[in-house]
Design a binder for this molecule. Structure first.
Ligand code: T1G
Ligand code: NAD
Length: 698
């Protein structure tokens, strides 16, 4: 027996325990799969063993196949998971899976290859492979429909979402719930099967149930999936497998599943999604902040300013069960902010995604006031007042006086200098940037901006808070716009230059939507409101170098009061009550006039040039951020863009995308843009260096 799998006989039942922390990944090269096989073979030939229980040691049953092995060579003769599960279908003694924590991917497939499943309350069950751009490749697409029905199985496989023990029991995925000692309950369940000579229920022999006509069901599902998962190849392949489960014998269905699995595993899309999976976990690690850095108990929160951001920020804490004191400068603004919070919750209740009781419970944690003094005993305050340095500094001075000494003072500023704000207090070590993204209660990204004086405890506590709030925290250094907005500024600027030279808002939006963005930059601008970025450009005008190329098109649009959807017109115009963008000749005229004013002769611009200039503007600036240490690692930039700026996940983020193109090619194009377009395209030294070395980011 290998030490990643242990075996003992308990009351005539062979208990096989997975012991590969932290998540009992079914690592082939570490002998986990072989270990399970060996245990069962030993028990099959042991007359004293009447049945088997398969369980997981530590925090859970299993998180499935070891994803890190996808890009490594498998040891020759190593037993694979499909081979183990096929063998389990021949075993003559009852096999019972004892599931606690989670059974995901290959872990759930292992449990499905058992004849019965006993689970602890609160366990999670999922086939999340589709989120990694693959599909359940060890029989999951063939066994799950046979056990719980085609409709529910397809839904679980296409979404990759989890179901808990109670829901799993209702589905028939779990046969018994064991509130007490799980393995003991599973052993007695197994002995019960032997005593009652219950039939060995091999799921592979069951018929998949489908409530409606198969052809209609799969036709409708195919149309829906093709629309909802544009750009992701895996969901349609999952559908194909489930369809095979209905039309093909089990063995053939499994063979086809395996073929499709390998095709997806080696795809760029899956490599991109696997990159983001590990990048999300890597982002939580800070080079000079040890994992065991003691964190502050952030049990009570304060939010200052209940505007667009403040309300959403408060909801994150309420959703996590953390009491919030929301402070505004006057009653009218406060009432407006609280009303927006109520409206957001009521909307979620109306969609059936939240119960009225849960809404009431969350709102009961909210204290709304116009008294700053109410923040005296909170553990952390998030400031979200107007984006004005003098106001921020005076507010932080006040918070420094009102709040208890070890309270963390955080600002939600999008662009301002955190060090300057921190200097307005007597506790710069406790000042940090917590940059949420709009809508703050929805967007998963949280830029955790580390000031020069921010202490490690405040940083570690903020990163832990990000996880508590269900956010992905990314550490950024202090600069104008941190990681996301600084790169966005270069990207947006390039789109304006492209307009000046001959492109149109529609062309640029189409190119980037084809690439995979849910919305192109001009539609996003109209949605967010063009006045927000106009105010930032006006603030920057004072410090913009005279010789720096600047496009006036966006200003011209705003000067006409065209702020986007909220004014019925921006880069596009909108019929009343409609969000569908309509190309507006007036905009074309504004653009043509601006080109003439800038002395630019408009020309035909190819979609390739549009794509390269937009994406490489992100990549080149991203490389500068790495050079300057504003971002810790390239994968943090990818996480920022995937979770905060709608960068298509199956592209892995701008830096991963550049790696797939090849940094030599990216550098060559950037250098050409530098020669042909101007100084702002000077290649970053990191890009140059990596291109010369034939290297990759990270
Ligand atoms: N393989 C390798 N490493 C894994 C892993 C996996 N399946 N799951 C987690 N880890 C690492 C993770 O990178 C981190 O490492 C540590 O474990 C703790 O994870 C044939 C082929 C299970 C819900 O998609 O969703 O089976 O950063 O921080 O918050 O069909 O991990 O500490 O170095 O996320 O408690 C399908 C993926 C695989 C599940 C636990 N399975 N994992 O969350 O811990 S494909 C999945 C998760 C498959 C078969 C196919 C979560 C979790 P480090 P963590 P957590
Ligand atoms: P907003 O104008 O919608 O809300 C600001 C609120 O602050 C107003 O309700 C105002 O009454 C209140 N306020 C002003 N002074 C105050 C004081 N002294 N005490 C208490 N309340 C006060 O602005 P917003 O869009 O929510 O932006 C807030 C901050 O978040 C800014 O720093 C902005 O840069 C940043 N931010 C905005 C976005 C966005 O998309 N809107 C995204 C990320 C970060």
């Amino acid at each position: 027996m290998t030490n990643v799998v242990t075996y003992h006989v308990q009351n005539h039942v062979g208990v096989i325990s997975l012991n590969n922390p932290p998540v009992n990944a079914l690592a082939v090269n570490k002998g986990v799969v072989q270990g399970i096989m060996d245990c069962i073979q030993e028990g099959e030939h042991d007359p004293d063993v009447r049945a088997f229980v398969v369980a997981g040691a530590g925090k859970a049953f299993s998180a499935g196949a070891d994803i890190t092995e996808f890009s490594t060579v498998r040891l020759p003769d190593a037993v694979t998971l499909p081979a183990l599960l096929a063998y389990m279908d021949t075993v003559t003694k009852p096999l019972v899976a004892a599931v606690h924590g989670f059974a995901m991917g290959g872990g759930l497939e292992l449990a499905l290859a058992c004849h019965y499943r006993v689970a602890a309350p609160g366990a999670r069950f999922a086939l999340p492979e589709v989120k990694l751009g693959i599909l359940p490749g060890a029989g999951g697409t063939q066994r799950l429909p046979r056990l719980i029905g085609v409709e529910r199985a397809l839904d679980m496989i296409i979404t990759g979402d989890t179901v808990d023990t109670e829901a799993a029991r209702k589905l028939g995925l779990v046969d018994e719930v064991a509130p007490g000692e799980l393995v003991r309950a599973a052993v007695s369940f197994a002995n019960g099967l032997v005593k009652e000579a219950r039939e060995l229920r091999r799921i592979s022999t069951l018929q998949p149930r489908l409530e409606q006509a198969a052809t209609v069901f799969f036709e409708q599902a195919r149309a829906r999936i093709a629309k909802d998962y544009r750009g992701f190849p895996a969901p349609l392949a999952c559908l194909q497998c489930v369809e095979n489960a209905v039309y093909l014998p089990f063995a053939q269905g499994v063979t086809k599943e395996r073929e499709l699995f390998y095709g997806l595993r080696d795809s760029t899309e899956s490599k991109a999604l696997r990159h983001l999976f590990f990048a999300e976990r890597e982002a939580a690690k800070i080079a000079d902040v040890p994992d065991d850095t003691p964190v502050l108990p952030l049990k009570r929160a304060g939010v200052l300013g209940a505007g667009t951001m403040g309300g959403g920020i408060a909801m994150n804490f309420l959703n996590a069960g953390i009491p919030v004191t929301l402070v505004e400068m006057n009653q009218e603004a406060l009432d407006r902010g609280v009303a927006l919070i109520r409206k957001n919750y009521a909307g979620t209740v109306a969609k059936g995604r939240l119960t009225q009781a849960a809404m009431d419970q969350r709102l009961s944690l909210l204290t709304a006031t116009i008294e700053d003094s109410a923040l005296a005993d909170v553990d952390i305050v998030i400031e979200a007042v107007f984006e004005d340095m003098e106001l921020k500094k005076s507010v932080f001075g006040k918070l420094d006086a009102v709040c208890k000494r070890d309270a963390v003072l955080a600002t939600n500023t999008s662009t301002l200098d955190i060090n300057e704000i921190a200097a307005a207090t007597t506790r710069p070590g406790k000042v940090i940037g917590l940059h949420f993204f709009s809508p703050a209660h929805v967007m998963k990204l949280l830029e955790v901006v580390r000031g020069a004086a921010t202490d490690k405890q405040t940083l570690a506590s903020s990163m832990k808070l990000a996880k508590t709030l269900g956010k992905v925290g990314v550490v950024a250094g202090v600069c104008d716009g941190f990681i996301g907005n600084r790169m966005l500024h270069k990207y947006t600027r390039e789109t304006h230059f492209l307009l000046e030279e001959g492109a149109t808002p529609r062309q640029i939006d189409n190119v980037l939507e084809q690439f995979g963005f849910a919305m192109g930059p001009f539609r996003v601008g109209d949605l967010a409101g063009l006045d927000v970025s106009w105010r930032i450009r006006q603030r920057r005008a004072a410090t913009r170098p005279a010789n720096e190329r600047y496009s006036r098109i966006a200003d011209r649009i705003c000067e006409r009061g065209r702020f986007g959807q909220k004014t019925g017109a921006g880069w596009y115009r909108y019929e009343t009550g409609s969000r569908s963008p309509i190309v507006d000749d007036e905009v074309q005229a504004i653009i043509a006039a601006a080109s003439a004013e800038a002395g630019i002769t408009r020309r035909e611009i190819s979609d390739t040039e549009v794509l390269d200039r937009c994406l490489y503007a992100l990549v080149n600036e991203g490389a500068r951020l790495l050079d300057e240490g504003i971002a810790q690692r390239a994968s943090d930039i990818d996480i920022t863009y995937a979770f905060g700026y709608g960068f298509p996940r199956y592209r892995g983020g701008p830096m991963f995308y550049a790696n797939t193109i090849g940094l030599d090619k990216v550098h060559e194009t950037v250098a050409r843009f530098h020669r042909e377009l101007g100084e702002w395209w000077a290649p970053s030294s990191l890009l140059e260096q990596r291109a010369l070395e034939g290297g990759r980011f990270d």
